[in-house]
Ligand binder design. Structure first.
Ligand SMILES: [Mg+2]
Ligand SMILES: [Zn+2]
Length: 164
């Protein structure tokens, strides 16, 4: 079976000025490519699980969201020759009561089915309690909460995953 690290996007991989709708303003934290490359080398799929309610609110166009994720992968590829394997995105507003918005585990569970992932061999990294809760509800081995913009907490999460 495959194993994966599920990654929150905003404030975990990139600074978030709020409802990023323009690829030009999207940047990765400078340590992210290097650290994700360590996970790739260890055989993990990299799957972004992200709530993007700005789409449902009409603040972010779907084609802009696709362009942002293309840029994310272009930045990773330019730096380390790696890519995110899958983007699992909830585009609904909280008040829509959808089935996929974190902390619900559906984005993770759907990816588990698509890629034949063993949750017990898989992890999550996020900056919010709702990320960690989604990982817990999806029965992942462990979920790590990192501080936004903090290289050390991100690196320590990666190293814990590589040691388990
Ligand atoms: Mg976040
Ligand atoms: Zn949703």
């Amino acid at each position: 079976m495959a194993k994966a690290v599920f990654l929150d996007r905003d404030e975990t991989l990139n600074p978030d000025p709020g409802y990023i709708s323009d690829p030009a303003v999207f940047m990765l934290y400078p340590w992210v490519a290097r650290e994700l490359a360590r996970l790739k080398k260890a055989g993990f799929l990299l799957i972004v699980v992200s709530n993007q309610s700005g789409v449902g609110r009409g603040l972010i166009r779907m084609d802009a969201l696709d362009s942002i994720h293309q840029k994310l992968n272009d930045l990773l590829f330019a730096a380390e020759g790696i890519r995110i394997d899958h983007f699992a995105i909830c585009t609904h507003r909280p008040e829509d009561g959808c089935e996929c918005r974190k902390p619900k585990p559906k984005l993770i569970e759907d990816s588990v089915k698509i890629f034949g992932i063993d949750p017990a061999e898989s992890f999550l990294i996020g900056d919010r309690d709702s990320d960690v809760e989604a990982g817990r509800r999806a029965n992942l081995c462990q979920s790590f909460k990192v501080d936004p913009g903090d290289e050390t907490s991100f690196r320590l999460a990666i190293e814990a995953i590589l040691k388990i």
